[in-house]
Design a protein around this ligand. Structure first.
Ligand SMILES: Cc1ncc(C[n+]2csc(CCOP(=O)(O)OP(=O)(O)O)c2C)c(N)n1
Ligand SMILES: [Mg+2]
Length: 611
């Protein structure tokens, strides 16, 4: 194959000879590099015979493989088309997407699910920008991800002379990610990729940008020197042990509680310290509240789970211990009416010291990785007294009351379906198939599914995350199927789905076991808005009675139109049994939803109204 490894240089090709750059550097590697560079230039002058050579393309591939990267999420184009072909030829799985944002979201969630950086590869300027949203998302959500983008000629870009897809990508990426690097020389590929990987996964994980100018791919160097230049990252995310006195302080505060509460965040799920987290929560005897993506760390049906008594535990608790959860908007910043008037003490466990005191005073900060912190806490707990029984009873009573209130609504068989009828069906299906991965986005579709569908195992629910963004759906579904081999159920608002809908072709092309259920209520929040000012439709409504199921049929997938809970149940079960790419258009009453789902209060209101 023309793109296989070369053993001899092609003097007539577009490949750049290795350039003897940075002669001032005197370290061993570079000394070898210099000699080698001279040799290669001789070779290029056709003076040498059978010297084995390698190039930037293959060094990047070798560096990724050496560090255990098995999958790339990408959209091809100049200057990375051949790179992707070669990656495939060298045994890396390349998932080729329809839009870089979706490839990027896929990479970000691959990072979350595996604790290895998910890798997204894009072309320059526009492809890079499309991927950048996902890189910023990964950083905000603390997912390890690499965005690797090809870029145009540095000399031309820096003089702003108008190159093909000209953009100073490194400068643009920097404020949006945890770290950003550029590699200019083939001999630096090994260390550059190692640095990027370590930056992504160590400490608090995040997104890292790696800029690869087109010229780098074609640079040639001696194969043995190239191999030697590669770096396998040793212990990329070293354990960070908490200070002993911080553990003692945290346990003292927790022990003093009359009404303790533990909040589990997705950082705790990411840590893959599942047994230790479970053992600690159970030994503490405290009710726990899982944030959305921490659901399933302990089953939602666990007797200590306070998910169905959220407002009670936030208001009435006196000590709150956060494990891998942040006091951001999702927890009302730890203050205000949701948290009640009673004084509260916070214990926070996080790998990032800056997280402490971000919104309110943290009485007991514990800085370290979640696994090490959990083990340290367990080791110091001794004979732990159960929290006062009346607190557990009060939480359980509230939970039971709310669950009982909800139960009949979930069993309704209304046509057209409402959210509760449709989600009641999905809740049962997930209970019967606890190892399936649930992807979820939308407004009402998100908020109601989060409350209604119980999750039973860690990292089985992936959703809009810290920013509440639409568009993660199909990228997440694809990566979840690829990385875990498990069936995926994506529960999508019709608007949310639209952000990544074209990737149903990708799902069909790779024949992935993904069942997409679209809650089609004809629009954003509701399908009933009317614009009285002109003949244009209201901004929140879509084509009425749209048939999203037809979309997947265009690519050979299974499409089903489901108008009742029974039809929905049959269609989802068939899809999960067959593993065939399936899209179900679940027809939901356009009147059923509410503005902005559960967060309507965040819509700004004019002060004028209050006059
Ligand atoms: C990237 C992005 N753009 C826009 C929004 C604003 N937004 C929030 S929810 C939503 C769509 C809600 O409609 P749908 O997905 O159909 O869910 P429904 O409430 O109708 O069930 C939009 C556009 C967002 N969160 N993220
Ligand atoms: Mg909708």
């Amino acid at each position: 194959m023309w793109w296989s490894r070369r053993t001899k240089p092609e003097t007539s090709s577009g490949s750049q000879p290795y350039q003897a750059a940075r002669p001032e550097r005197a370290d061993k590697n570079f000394a070898e590099g210099s000699e080698m560079a001279a040799t290669v230039q001789n070779v290029d002058a056709n003076a040498a015979g059978e010297q084995e050579l390698t190039d930037g393309f293959h060094l990047i591939i070798d560096a990724l493989k050496l560090n255990g990267i098995k999958t790339l999420y990408a959209v091809p184009g100049i200057p990375i088309t051949d790179f992707l072909r070669m990656s495939q030829a060298e045994g890396i799985r390349v998932l080729s997407f329809r839009h870089e944002q979706n490839a990027g979201y896929a990479a970000s969630i691959a990072g979350y699910l595996t604790k290895q950086p998910g890798v997204c590869i894009t072309v320059s300027a526009p492809g890079f920008l499309n991927g950048l949203t996902a890189l910023a998302h990964a950083t905000t959500n603390c997912f390890p991800m690499l965005l690797i983008s090809g870029s145009s000629e540095r000399e031309v870009v820096d003089l702003q002379q108008g190159d093909y897809e000209e953009m100073d990508q490194l400068a643009i990426a920097k404020p949006l990610c945890k770290a950003a690097y550029r590699i200019l020389h083939a001999a630096d590929i090994g260390i550059g990729i190692a640095r990027a990987i370590r930056a992504a996964v160590s400490g608090r994980p995040g997104g890292v940008y790696l800029d690869l100018p087109a010229k780098l791919f074609g640079q040639v160097m001696d194969a043995a020197a190239g191999k030697k230049s590669l770096v396998k990252v040793i212990d990329p995310a070293p354990a960070q042990f908490p200070a002993k006195d911080s553990i003692k302080r945290a346990l003292d505060v927790l022990k003093s509680a009359k009404r303790p509460l533990i909040i589990l965040g997705k950082g705790a799920a990411y840590a893959q310290a599942d047994e230790a987290v479970k053992a600690f929560v159970e030994k503490s005897g405290a009710p726990f509240l899982p944030m959305s993506m921490a659901k399933g760390l302990l089953p939602d049906t666990h007797p200590q789970c306070a998910g169905a008594a959220r407002s009670t535990v936030l208001k009435d608790s006196d000590v709150v211990m956060m494990i891998g959860a942040r006091l951001n908007w999702l927890l009302s910043h730890g203050k205000g009416k949701n948290w009640g008037d009673a004084p509260k003490k916070f214990i926070q466990i996080d790998i990032e010291p800056k997280e402490m005191d971000s919104n309110v005073e943290i009485a007991a900060p514990v800085v370290g990785d979640i696994g090490s912190c959990m083990h340290a806490l367990l080791a110091e707990m001794g004979n732990w007294p159960a929290p006062p029984a009346d607190w557990g009873k009060a939480v359980a009573a509230k939970r039971e009351e709310n669950v009982a209130k909800m139960a009949p609504r979930l069993m309704n068989n209304n046509v057209p379906m409402d959210y509760h009828g449709a989600l009641g069906v999905l809740r049962t299906i997930v209970k019967e198939r606890p190892d399936a991965i649930l992807v979820n986005e939308g407004a009402n579709t998100l908020d109601l599914a989060r409350g209604i569908i119980d999750v039973y195992q860690p990292r089985k629910r992936i959703d809009v995350g810290t920013w509440g963004i639409m568009g993660i759906g199909m990228g997440y579904a694809i990566a979840a199927a690829v990385e875990t081999g498990k069936p995926v159920l994506a529960v999508e608002g019709d608007s949310a789905f639209g952000f990544s809908g074209m990737e149903v072709e990708t799902i069909c092309r790779y024949n992935l076991p993904v069942c997409v259920v679209i809650f089609n209520n004809d629009g954003i929040y509701r399908g009933t808005d009317v614009n009285t000012a002109s003949s244009d439709p209201a901004t929140t409504v879509f084509v009425k009675g749209a048939r999203y199921d037809k979309m997947i049929e265009a690519f050979g997938g299974v499409g089903v139109n489901a108008t009742s809970p029974d039809e929905l149940r049959r269609a989802v079960n068939a899809a999960m049994d067959s593993g065939k790419p399936t899209l179900i258009n679940a027809v939901i009453d356009p009147k059923a939803g509410s503005e902005s789902g559960r967060i309507g209060n965040l819509n700004p209101q004019s002060a004028l109204k209050k006059k």
